[in-house]
Every structure is written in C-alpha cells, then in structure tokens.
Design a protein around this ligand. Sequence first.
Ligand code: B16
Ligand code: MG
Length: 213
Amino acid sequence: MKSCIFDLDGVLVDSAKYHYLAWKALADKLGFVFTEKDNERLKGVSRMKSLEILLEIGKITMSDGEKEQAAAEKNELYRSYISKMTPEEILPGVENFLKELKSLGIKTAIGSASKNTPLILERTGLKKYFDAVADGTNVSKAKPDPEVFLKGAELLGVDPKTCIVFEDAAAGVEAAHRAGMKAVGIGSQTVLNEADLVIPNFVGVTSDILQKI
Ligand code: B16
Ligand code: MG
C-alpha cells in the first residue's frame, strides 16, 4: 500500500499570497520594492533564508539580532492574515482527493517547512485528513534536505520507498527523491521537470494517480 505526503503552501492552500503581503510590508518599511516575481524565490524556503533573500534584493545588511526582530515582525503580520483563513481557501480538487484517500485507508502526512502549519490546518479544517504532520515545528533542515519527508514517513510508520510526495517547489521534488520517494509536481512542467509526474492542480484527480507513478 502506498502512502501520500503533501507539501502545504502551494499544494493544499495558497498561503504564498500572505507570505508575499507580509514580506512586502517589511520591504516597504526598509524602503525598497519587493515584487510578486521576487516572492517566487521564497517558495518552499525557510523563514530565515527567505529574509536573507529579501535583504539581498534590497541590498541591506542586518545584524543577527536585527534579523531575528525583522523575521518575528513579518511572522506576526503573516499570522494575522492566516488566522483569518477559511475552508474556502483550500485549493480546487484537494478536498475530494483527500476524502477519497481517507475512504481507501491510505495514510497521509503533511511535509511542510512552515512553523505555522498547525494554524493553517486548523483554520482551513484540513487537519482531519492527516495521520501525521512533519513541519517546521518538528524538523530543522530545509528542503532540498529530505528530513521533512523522512520524518513524515517515520511518523506514519511506513517505509519511505512506499511514499509519494506532492510538491510545488523544485527544492521539494529534490528532497522527495533524496528521501527515496516518488514526487508528483503540482504546477508547471518547466519548473518541476525533475518530478516523476506533473499535474497543474488537483481538479478531477483521483487515487488512480497513485498507480501512474
Ligand atoms: P513559516 P511549504 C513554506 O511552506 C513556504 O513555501 C515558504 O515561503 C515559507 O518561508 C516557509 O514555509 C516557512 O514558513 O514562516 O510559516 O515558518 O511550501 O514548505 O508548505
Ligand atoms: Mg510549497
């Protein structure tokens, strides 16, 4: 039997738009322009690494203490956005797919870099579909390190080789492969060309997909 591990941001929900608004507020305060295109570079990347990329774009240097402070400020604003999320923000097709996996007894886990995963799962009502959560609260190495997906398999009590990862970031696809897992890319074939299979989204997707890879 196969098990499924899902990335959160960009796969199950679009929290990237809230990350963008919160990072943009920080850039505005520091006096430089931060575009949605720049924001693409932060997807799937840890909070501190995201700040470092942002500061590089703005050509700004900060001490470690200032970085901690700026990241905390961004996170506070980000949490104020995600604390207002609703089940309507679950991406199209996702809930049907998760319901089917549950009815078939297929084990599912989250594999996300985000320390805010618990709040998002609770606000969107997605929590009930998952048997385990590996996220920024119980994992320390960022994708493409395989730690988050190996942790997911460990929490599920399954062999990593039986897991299929659903990911929207190239670094996440690499992490899945390094964990010995198959990867389904969600998004564009060009960005996710290393994935075993790429689909644009979950609309109309059924458990048949697990046999295709
Ligand atoms: P937080 P994922 C990632 O989520 C986001 O894509 C990335 O933009 C963010 O910096 C990272 O989580 C950390 O998030 O600040 O909430 O701990 O794609 O791995 O689900
Ligand atoms: Mg993602």
